[in-house]
Design a protein around this ligand. Structure first.
Ligand SMILES: *Cc1c(COP(=O)(O)O)cnc(C)c1O
Length: 397
C-alpha cells in the first residue's frame, strides 16, 4: 500500500473518531518512525506515551516473541507463569499488595471504581457510593469513565451516564472538604492532568487530600495511566510527592506497546473483590505480560529514571527559549508547551509535515517521547520544532 491508499482505506472503512495527522507509520526503530514510502519522522509521542522503549526495541521484541512461541493466550481460569512473574515484579517494585490486569486505562479505572464502591458497601452499606474527581481530569471513554472524567464536554451526547460522580476544582481544599460528605467513598485524581493540558496538580493540595481521606476513611485513587511507568522520572509519579494512594491505576506505558491496564491496591483492599466479582477474557495475556515485564525491568532502575529526568530538563530548557513559547510545564518526559497564540494543533501539523511527530493537550503542545530516546534524536526533533516556531513566530516578535 502507498500512503494515499492507507489514508483512503482508513477513511472509508474505519469509524472516523480520530482527528488524524497526515502521517502514516509503517515501521520504526527507537524514536524514529517511517511511512510506507520511507519518509522519516522523529517521534516525540511514543504513540501517546505507550511505546516507553521506542519502536521495536530488540529486548522487548525478543521477550514478546519468545512468549508467543510458548503460549499466546489461556483463560484466567488457569494459572499462567508469565502473568505470575510480571505481577510479582510489578507489586514488589511499586509497593502495592495486589493487582488486577485488564486491557486499557479505562478498564483499570473501572476496576478501581468497583473496588472503592465494594469496600464502602462492605463496611458502611449502600449509601456511600459517590466518587469525587477533579475538574479538567481525564479517566477514559467507557460510559462510566466518561462520568468519572471531570469535563462536561465529554458528558454530552451519550446520556444517561453512570451516576455517582462529583467534581471539584484542583487545588481548592475547602471545596473538597465540603463535597466529601458521608456519601463519598473515594477521591480519584491524576498527579498531572495529561489530557487536561499537562497541568500538574499542586503537591501540597494532594497531601491535604490524602490527609482528608485518612480522616474520613475515603479511599484515595491515583490515575497513573499517563504519568506512570517512568514517564515523570519516577517509576510512578506519586513518589515525587511522597503520598501513596490506596489504589493506583496504570496502563499506556507499562506494556511498551501492547494493550494492558493495571489496577493496584494496598494491603487493606487486597480481598475486597472476591471470586466471580470481576474478570477479563484478555486481561493479563501472557504475551502482554512478558513484554510488560521486560519494560518494568528496564525502567525500574535509578540510572534509567535519572536520565528521564535529565532529558526532560534538557528539552524543557531548549524549548523554553524558542520563539513563540510562553512557558513549558510538566515533569520528566511529560511536557506541555504553551504557545503565544494557542495554535498548538496547527503547529503540530507543521511539525509533522517537516518530520517531527508531536502531540497536543488542549491548547498546548505535548512532548512525550520514548523514555530511552537518544540525545541525537532529541536534537533532531528540537531542530524541526525550532524551525517551525521560527517561521510561525519570529517575524511577529
Ligand atoms: C489515556 C488515559 C486514560 C484512558 O486510557 P485508555 O487506555 O484509552 O482507556 C485514562 N486516564 C488517563 C489519565 C489517561 O491519560
Amino acid at each position: 500500500m502507498s500512503f494515499d491508499e492507507t489514508k483512503s482505506s482508513s477513511e472509508k472503512y474505519i469509524m472516523n473518531v480520530y482527528n488524524r495527522f497526515n502521517v502514516s507509520i509503517a515501521y520504526g526503530k527507537g524514536a524514529t518512525a517511517f511511512d510506507e514510502e520511507g519518509k522519516e519522522y522523529i517521534d516525540f509521542t511514543s504513540g501517546i506515551g505507550v511505546n516507553s522503549l521506542g519502536y521495536s526495541n530488540d529486548g522487548w521484541v525478543n521477550a514478546v516473541t519468545e512468549q508467543l512461541k510458548k503460549v499466546q493466550h489461556t483463560s484466567n481460569l488457569f494459572y499462567q507463569p508469565a502473568q505470575a512473574e510480571f505481577c510479582k515484579n510489578l507489586c514488589e517494585k511499586s509497593g502495592f499488595a495486589r493487582v488486577f490486569l485488564g486491557n486499557s486505562g479505562a478498564e483499570a479505572n473501572e476496576c478501581a471504581i468497583k473496588i472503592a464502591r465494594k469496600y464502602s458497601e462492605d463496611k458502611y452499606g449502600e449509601s456511600r457510593s459517590n466518587i469525587i474527581t477533579l475538574n479538567n481530569s481525564f479517566h477514559g471513554r467507557t460510559i462510566t469513565t466518561l462520568s468519572t472524567t471531570g469535563q462536561i464536554v465529554f458528558h454530552q451526547l451519550f446520556k444517561p451516564l453512570t451516576d455517582g460522580f462529583m467534581y471539584v476544582d484542583s487545588g481548592d481544599i475547602e471545596q473538597l472538604k465540603k463535597a466529601a460528605d458521608d456519601s463519598v467513598c473515594a477521591i480519584m485524581l491524576e498527579t498531572v492532568q495529561g489530557e487536561g493540558g499537562v497541568l500538574p496538580v499542586p503537591a501540597d493540595y494532594i497531601a491535604a487530600v490524602a490527609e482528608l481521606c485518612k480522616e474520613r476513611d475515603i479511599l484515595l485513587i491515583f490515575d497513573e495511566v499517563q504519568t506512570g511507568a517512568g514517564r515523570t522520572g519516577k517509576l510512578f509519579s506519586w513518589e515525587h510527592i511522597g503520598v501513596k494512594p490506596d489504589i493506583m491505576t496504570a496502563a499506556k506505558g507499562i506494556g511498551g506497546g501492547l494493550p494492558i491496564g493495571a489496577c493496584l491496591c494496598s494491603e487493606k483492599l487486597k480481598d475486597v473483590l472476591q471470586k466471580g466479582q470481576h474478570g477479563s477474557t484478555f486481561g493479563g495475556n501472557p504475551v502482554v505480560c512478558a513484554g510488560a515485564d521486560y519494560v518494568l525491568k528496564n525502567i525500574a532502575d535509578e540510572a534509567f529514571l535519572k536520565e528521564v529526568t535529565e532529558k526532560g530538563e534538557y528539552i524543557n530548557e531548549k524549548v523554553s527559549s524558542m520563539p513563540g513559547v510562553k512557558f513549558v510545564r510538566g515533569v520528566g518526559l511529560l511536557l506541555g508547551v504553551k504557545l503565544a497564540d494557542d495554535e498548538a494543533r496547527k503547529c503540530a501539523e507543521e511539525c509533522a509535515a517537516n518530520g517531527l511527530l508531536i502531540l497536543t493537550a488542549k491548547t498546548l503542545l505535548r512532548i512525550m517521547p520514548p523514555l530511552n530516546i537518544t540525545y541525537a534524536e532529541i536534537d533532531k526533533g528540537l531542530g524541526v520544532l525550532k524551525s517551525v516556531l521560527e517561521k510561525r513566530y519570529a517575524k511577529k516578535a
